[in-house]
Design a protein around this ligand. Structure first.
Ligand code: FES
Length: 140
């Protein structure tokens, strides 16, 4: 009887861990964050040094912005995705492979495309350009 109870409890613990793993991945805590000001010309400057061979993504928090920007390096080019769900405007959580909406479960890939509804519009992107030792994100 004790063995049966142990197995039952162990399975419940494993199930909760499986659920928790998605939540933990969804918290995006492993991605570095840069808090920075917005320049007068409506740009945000991110040092290229924030990217390393092990790290190709940075969450950028511009002062006063409603939501963060996920800046992604791919093949020596940079993509700046606005982390605002296109369904009802909730802030997204970034993982190493996707963006997750905590409100109703929409998923977006790292190109900003919808992977799972209810959102059906891709994420807004900002132009991003390398200038000297920085990546400039153009907010308008
Ligand atoms: S606000 Fe993101 S799925 Fe509804």
């Amino acid at each position: 009887m004790k063995r049966r109870l142990f197995i039952k409890n162990s399975c419940a613990a494993c199930a909760s861990l499986i659920g928790a793993s998605w939540i933990l991945e969804g918290c995006g805590s492993s991605l570095p964050m840069l808090k920075t000001a917005i320049a007068n010309n409506n740009t945000i400057s991110v040092p290229i040094s924030k990217f390393t061979p092990q790290n190709n993504m940075v969450i950028v928090r511009g002062a006063g912005m409603e939501n963060d920007i996920l800046l992604i390096k791919k093949d020596n080019a940079y993509k700046a995705l606005y982390m605002k769900c296109t369904h009802e405007g909730i802030g997204l959580t970034a993982t190493s492979t996707k963006l997750v909406c905590p409100a109703h479960g929409s998923l977006f890939d790292l190109e900003g495309n919808v992977l799972k509804e209810p959102a059906h519009i891709p994420l807004k992107q900002f132009a991003a350009k390398v200038e000297n030792e920085n990546i400039l994100i153009y907010l308008s």
